[in-house]
Structures are given as C-alpha cells and as structure tokens.
Ligand binder design. Structure first.
Ligand SMILES: Cc1cc2nc3c(=O)[nH]c(=O)nc-3n(C[C@H](O)[C@H](O)[C@H](O)COP(=O)(O)O)c2cc1C
Length: 327
C-alpha cells in the first residue's frame, strides 16, 4: 500500500505539473499575447529604393502600403550611404527598387545612389540567406531594347551576396523587346512602367505583394521580435518498478494457462504418468491458506496458486521450495 501511495503521489504531482504547463501555454497563446507579438513583429521587411525623378519612390510607397505594418519605409539609399549594413540588418527581408538610366552601360545602370554602393560598401555585407525581392522602373517603349536593365544589376548584386531572391514575375503583358532583367523566362522581380503602363501599376503591385507572401517573405527568423512561446515538455512520470496486483494476476493467469496446456498434452500422451482427476489442495503450514497445484510434467515443477490468485509457490516433486513470487 505504501508503494501504491508513492506512485499515486507521483501521478498527482505529474498531473499538477501538466495542469500548470497547460495553463501557462494557454496564457502565452492568448489573443493579447499574440497581438503584442504581432506589434513587435512590425518591420520584418525593409523597403529601399533609389530614384532620379521620383517614379521609383512612388512605386516603393505603394509596395510598403500593400504590405502594411509588416513593412518599414520606403527608405532612400542616398540617405543611408555609409550605413547600409546596419540598416539592412534591421530587417528579416528586403524589398529593393531601382530605375534604369545610363543606357548602354554594362554596370552602374541605376543612375542613383545604388551605383555608389554596389561594388564598394555592399561587397562587405554579410547578408547571406536574407530574403530579397527586387522591383524596377523603366520605359518599355522608348527604351524597349534595354527595358529596366538596371533591375537586373540590382538583382545580381544581392544574389552575388548569397541572398535568397524572391518575386520573379512573368513577362506577359509587357511591351519591351529586350531586357537584362530576365532570368530564365521571367523578370527577376516586379517591373513597372510609369510612362506607358501606369494604369497597371496598382494591380501589379498588389499581385506581387501577395506572391511574395506566398513565397514566404514573412516566414523564418524574426530579429527584434518576441521568440515563440516556449512549450514546457512534461516528462513521463517515473512509475516505480513495482508490479501492480493486476499485472501479477495477469502473469499468474498466463502461467496457469501454460501449465494447463502442458497438463492436457501430458494426459493425452500414453507414457504420461497418471494424474489425479481433481488436483488436491495444499494447506499452507503457517497461515492455513489453501493452494491449487499446477504441475509441469516436463520440468517436474509444481506451481501452487492461492485461491485469491495473489500468492504462488513452486515445488519440485514433494518438497516445497521457498520461491514465493507474489506477496
Ligand atoms: C536619359 C534617359 C535614359 C533612360 N534609360 C532607360 C533605359 O535604358 N531603360 C529603361 O527601361 N528606361 C530608361 N529610362 C526611363 C526611366 O528609367 C524611367 O523614366 C523611370 O521611370 C525613371 O525612374 P525614376 O523617376 O525613379 O528615376 C531612361 C530615361 C531617360 C530620361
């Protein structure tokens, strides 16, 4: 009974632990906590742009608005030169945009502050694995052979730093002839044309932002956010290695069944020694309890089982051994 009480006390302690951890888990998953985490999650995405005459800045504003509170900016790269690494490190993902100028040149095609940092300051950045999506402005009719070439350069600089590039867009519906912003059969980001297709800008931005969400721009690590609530794992309660009464009875029943089977097979065998039809009861010399014998003719052992099934003894031939297996 003492052992059973001990086990029950452990189970009770485990139940208390489970109840406590369940209530604390419920608390950390309450709407209030989730709302707080969401507020601190604001700014997962930084929207950056370069511009010469303002079109790319306007597009950047639309993109930030389409993302809502999870995006910060838009931030002009001219304003953060010399501090690019620190600025980029504030965000889990970057959305970066550029126009195209300097037609015909191979590099430094943006005509903005990006050209100053691509092959200088940016080359020291350790932003491997950061999610980056590119957008770009150009004139797909007047510069149809070089439509948004500068977006391709912006893409390649970030990709060269080991960033995870997102947001590739189909060329369908555009008016260009050629572009250095094509990767595979797609544009390497969202291309816009504020000169010839301005009426398509809002829809293109909305679709692209949805695409980026689907591609997981908001997933993954979240610097500056509350870590996910820790769930306490309750270890399995340690149950003392004591056979329960039920287990002992089940074991005795199994042994009984085995012995019975052996007795039956012995009875059918012609060489088997004759067995009494009714097994005699044996009375315990000390407490007077009656025991039923079950003899294994192969081993010569007899198992004596008390009437309530809680005790048993083994004997060989007539001599009783002291191998009591259950109290
Ligand atoms: C001199 C000049 C050169 C340009 N070169 C290109 C070009 O090579 N490819 C292109 O797609 N657009 C070109 N454009 C169009 C601009 O990229 C487009 O007007 C863009 O919207 C400007 O963006 P921003 O206002 O942010 O500077 C050029 C425009 C001018 C005036």
């Amino acid at each position: 009974p003492f052992q059973i009480l001990m086990v029950n006390m452990k189970l009770f302690a485990a139940l208390v632990l489970v109840a406590t951890s369940v209530s604390s888990f419920t608390l950390t998953n309450s709407p209030r906590f989730t709302r707080q985490a969401l507020i601190l999650n604001n700014g997962k995405i930084g929207v950056f742009f370069g511009t010469s005459t303002g079109s790319t800045e306007e597009a950047a504003e639309k993109i930030q608005e389409a993302f809502g509170d999870v995006a910060v900016g838009p931030i002009d790269v001219d304003a953060i030169q010399g501090n690019i690494g620190e600025e980029f490190s504030k965000y889990d993902a970057l959305v970066v945009g550029t126009p195209t100028w300097n037609t015909g040149a191979d590099t430094e095609r943006s005509g903005t502050g990006w050209d100053e940092i691509y092959y200088g300051e940016m080359q020291d950045l350790k932003i491997q694995g950061k999610k980056v999506a590119v957008f770009g402005l150009g004139d797909s009719v007047s510069y149809g052979e070089n439509y948004a070439d500068g977006s391709g350069e912006l893409h390649d600089v970030f990709e060269g730093l080991g960033c995870q590039m997102l947001g590739y867009v189909s060329q369908e519906g555009y008016l260009h002839e050629k572009s250095k912003a094509i990767r595979g059969d797609k544009f390497c980001g969202l291309l816009l044309d504020a000169v010839n297709q301005e009426e398509l800008t809002d829809e293109r931005v909305a679709n692209w932002v949805e695409q980026l969400k689907t591609e997981g721009i908001l997933d993954g690590s979240s610097s500056g956010t509350i870590p996910a609530p820790e769930v306490t794992t309750v270890p399995e309660p340690a149950v003392a290695a004591v056979d329960s009464i039920e287990d002992t009875l089940a074991r005795l029943e199994r042994e009984n069944a085995e012995l019975k089977k052996l007795l039956e097979s012995d009875a059918q065998s012609p060489q088997a020694p004759s067995q009494p039809a009714e097994a005699p009861l044996m009375v315990h010399p000390v407490n007077g309890e009656a025991f039923t014998p079950h003899t294994n003719l192969q081993t010569g052992k007899t198992m004596w089982v008390s009437q309530n099934g809680r005790s048993c003894y083994y004997t060989t031939t007539t001599k009783m051994s002291a191998s009591r297996v259950a109290p």
